[in-house]
Design a protein around this ligand. Structure first.
Ligand SMILES: [Fe+2]
Length: 304
């Protein structure tokens, strides 16, 4: 897979808030002037006013919304039990979110009474010093365990420190690792894959036993491009943030940073005959804004 080092990308994010606010103020000014001018200027004023309202909503209100998206995946022909997996990713500490936001995420996850919890990477935006904002993750509990893999952002600044921090909160590192869970006499194999931009994913993941259901979790949906039908029964991932800023019908306004692009930018898709669930994540990157695409915790009921 293509390797990219984001360290060399120009970091323009510090300017986005100011630019967005300036755009909103200018739009409000033009809307007001157009309204005063009257006549055919009034519809122009309406457009500018609507634009200002959208920018303000996207910057200050929409990023505070958190939703739970639920899926039900039958992994065997006749499931005898259902295992509840909760997946959260893309926290991006350091730029836009405070610790209180992540405490809210933790409360939501725990209220879902998960059997197992997966964290899908991008804990930090850039500097690892900011990761302390995720301290509340230590309160999470699931009787079948809680696991993590890293995302591309976690490799930008001392990934081992990210690993040590999460291990200290009680999460097990499942990077290129495998485990088998048991619930009510039924088994589920799980593989965790390293990030396909910055890490070294072991693709395809190993199925310990062909007859047992198998799921994979990783950071980037592009991982599925190297899978063949039957390599896994479900892949759960994040990375795209759903594009972060979307419009109804049109979808993401910004390019999706994957080869799959809009073909797998959020929600459930099927690629290479493998079901793929892509989370919109729990934080923002590059710009402190979301639009018609709230932060998201994913719950998957797995029939095994
Ligand atoms: Fe991310």
């Amino acid at each position: 897979m293509k390797k990219m080092n984001l360290r060399y990308r120009p970091d323009l994010s510090r300017y986005y808030d100011g630019l967005s606010l300036a755009a909103a103020i200018i739009a409000i000014y033009f809307a007001y002037q157009a309204f005063l001018a009257g006549g055919y200027w009034r519809p122009v004023g309406f457009v500018f006013g609507f634009g200002a309202a959208l920018i303000a909503y996207g910057m200050f209100a929409a990023p505070k919304r958190l939703v739970v998206s639920r899926y039900r995946e039958k992994l065997v022909h006749k499931p005898e039990t259902w295992l509840r997996l909760v997946f959260a990713s893309d926290f991006h500490t350091g730029e836009f979110k405070r610790a209180e936001w992540y405490e809210k995420v933790v409360l939501e996850i725990q209220a879902l009474d998960p059997d197992v919890i997966f964290l899908g990477g991008d804990y930090v935006e850039f500097e690892v010093e900011s990761i302390g904002a995720l301290e509340s993750l230590k309160k999470l509990h699931a009787h079948l365990g809680k696991y993590f893999i890293l995302g591309n952002h976690d490799y930008l600044d001392r990934p081992q420190d990210v690993r040590n921090f999460l291990s200290g909160l009680g999460f097990a590192d499942l990077t290129n690792g495998h485990l088998t869970l048991k619930k009510e006499g039924r088994y589920l194999q799980i593989s965790g894959l390293d990030d396909c931009w910055q890490g070294h994913p072991e693709i395809p993941p190993i199925r310990a036993a062909e007859h047992l259901p198998h799921i994979t979790f990783t950071h980037d949906p592009d991982a599925v491009l190297d899978f063949s039908a039957g390599d896994t029964d479900l892949l759960v991932c994040g990375h795209t943030h759903g594009g972060q800023i979307r419009l109804p019908v049109l979808g993401s306004l910004l390019p999706i940073p994957t080869k799959l692009g809009r073909a797998a930018d959020k929600g459930r898709k099927i690629v290479n005959a493998i079901p793929l669930i892509v989370s919109s994540g729990c934080g923002e990157s590059e710009v402190r804004a979301r639009l018609f695409n709230p932060a998201e915790i994913v719950v998957v009921e797995l029939g095994i």
